[in-house]
Design a protein. Sequence first.
Length: 246
Amino acid sequence: MQTECSYELSARNIHIWTLPTVAADAVVARFEHVLSTDEIEFASRFRFDHLRNSFVIRRGALRHLLGRYEKTDPANIQFNRGPKGKPELKPATGLQFNVSHSGGMAAIALCTHCQIGIDLEKIRPLPEMEDIANRVFCSEEVTEIMSMPQCEQMHAFFRCWTRKEAYVKAIGDGLFAPLNSFRVTVRVDAPVRFVHLGGDATAAAGWTLHDLNLAADYAAALAYCDRPRSISIFPVADPAEFLNPI
């Protein structure tokens, strides 16, 4: 659902923010001002300016958002790496977050006391789509996708991909959890859910999965370890809006 902006999270809420990752140089410079020394050094490694600016906008917007929820200066936000490398707040406050970006857009999910992951993908033709699906999806998922009319297969592929990536991002195990080690539903007329996690249907029942409608020509999904929560999706924001005082 779309809703008005708010920076308060109850125990049963999830907030989703979406923004372009392109902005005027002056806006990028203001975002860069709140980054840590390590983040600035990391940004400098990008070979192309548009990739560097995209990182600065994403990280700067995340800092400004977290600063609003935590009621602190965005420059004071500190991050830790979890056991599997997933960024988290330091010190831990219970606020959880995850970020995804693709094709000039970024999405940020926030909640409290819950593993959460979000994935956003620009939908585009992939000539090697079937080969990719065979390499990384469960055989049952591939069969479902390829049995659909050809005009539906591309959207089904990205629907499956984002649902799976949201989960591995939630657990922070993107490098070590093969996408074919768990199964999600794929068909548009099937409930959005995990079928099994590592062959365990009971474990899958402890997780909730949603498709998100964030922007035209994008697929997006949200995964979290809890029973269903209410989701607030805020309108796509101009990056400069994150710099405005509240």
